[in-house]
Design a protein around this ligand. Structure first.
Ligand SMILES: N[C@@H](CCC(=O)N[C@@H](CS)C(=O)NCC(=O)O)C(=O)O
Length: 219
């Protein structure tokens, strides 16, 4: 399987960790906003990352890809089977990809990705808007994070991966897990990122960051 997109993206990191949890090998491939690469555009019609090519089967959108991977490689399950747990896991995945990402990416795109990687000026008003939205989101997360274990039921799931991935990306703009303000959330994030699947992705991510944004590699 080819996985298109850089690990700075919360959505790409999410798919990379899911593949790691399932023990599925993949080849990282280039692609991202502004790319004119024909191969990438053939797998991602709207030039969004992530996208995959699995033996000729192509798909874009992290959640669509996670559902595909879950159906093809059911073990270990990352989407719970029980009705309420499944509903909650999909809620956290959706929350991470929409509400949380909408605010967080206003900061990331306008302070880092646009000005430093795409040569486009950032809109500081939008970054400030994102900053103003984050405390409410972080307070919500702290209120739903268990003192031990995972976000949904007893099992590690896509809920943990999606939400923790957005927090990882926010580290690069100074909004990673803050143990003083959000102790349960920070402890849960440390549990998630200690997993071998996460560590393997983090190693590749650090190598990538050293090349593209070296001052942020240690964030
Ligand atoms: N809902 C999509 C969001 C994907 C997305 O917006 N990715 C960003 C990178 S973090 C992107 O490709 N943006 C480029 C653009 O919107 O043109 C998913 O979960 O994959």
């Amino acid at each position: 399987m080819k996985l298109y997109g850089g690990l700075l993206s919360p959505f790409v990191r999410k798919v990379a960790v899911v593949l790691g949890e399932k023990g599925v090998d993949y080849t990282p491939a280039r692609g991202g906003p502004g790319s004119t690469d024909a191969e990438f555009l053939s797998v991602s019609p709207f030039a969004k990352i992530p996208a995959i090519n699995d033996d000729g089967f192509t798909l874009a959108d992290s959640s669509a890809i996670v559902h595909y991977i879950e159906a093809k490689y059911p073990e270990p399950a990352l989407i719970p089977a029980e009705a309420q747990a499944r509903g909650q896991a999909i809620w956290f995945d959706e929350f991470g990809d929409t509400i949380f990402a909408a605010s967080g990416l206003k900061i990331l795109f306008n302070r880092v990705v646009g000005p430093r990687l795409l040569g486009k000026p950032g809109d500081e008003a939008l970054a400030l808007e994102g900053e103003a939205e984050l405390p409410g989101i972080m307070a919500y997360l702290e209120s739903v994070t268990p003192a031990d274990g995972w976000l949904v039921g007893d099992a590690f799931s896509v809920a943990d991966i999606t939400v923790a991935s957005m927090l990882c990306t926010l580290r690069y703009v100074g909004y990673g897990p803050n143990a003083a303000a959000y102790p349960k959330m920070a402890a849960w994030h440390a549990r998630v990122t200690a997993r071998p699947s996460w560590q393997a992705v983090a190693e590749r991510e650090t190598a990538l960051m050293r090349k593209i944004l070296p001052d942020l590699a240690a964030a």
